[in-house]
Ligand binder design. Structure first.
Ligand code: ZN
Length: 130
């Protein structure tokens, strides 16, 4: 299920225009599905779901990208390495701990505050135990 995150028009960090473009402008060559939304002034960007113009989440600057990376490095091993925990259950536990609906529980959607909250949860031992 893909929940549509709104298409970014203006950059939330610097206010400049955001364009839909090739992600070669970021990486030097195209990666994955090759498309992204990119701020025309600063380094904020976000990828899209394959074959669509639907953004993966909010436009991310360096700080947000770093926080998302930290969240995934704590979250992903739980369901990837743990045979008894399915990905869906891991997301459900995190959503419960954050007090948000599961369909809004995507790291790519989180703002800075929510990413810090998620990091706090993910650093608790056995946060995924119900
Ligand atoms: Zn910007």
């Amino acid at each position: 299920m893909i929940d549509d995150y709104p298409i970014p028009i203006a950059c939330p960090y610097c206010g400049s225009r955001v364009i839909f473009t090739s992600n070669a402008v970021i990486y030097g060559r195209e990666y994955g599905n090759g498309r992204c939304y990119k701020c025309t002034s600063c380094d904020a960007y976000v990828g899209v779901h394959n074959g669509t113009k639907v953004p993966l989440g909010r436009l991310a600057n360096r700080e947000l990208r770093e926080l998302k990376k930290q969240c995934h490095s704590l979250f992903d091993p739980v369901w990837k390495l743990n045979i008894s925990i399915k990905r869906e259950k891991a997301y459900r536990c995190l959503a419960n701990a954050l007090g948000i609906p599961m369909n809004e529980c995507h790291f790519g959607w989180f703002d800075r505050d929510m990413l810090y909250k998620a990091l706090f949860v993910l650093r608790q031992p056995e946060w995924y135990k119900e």
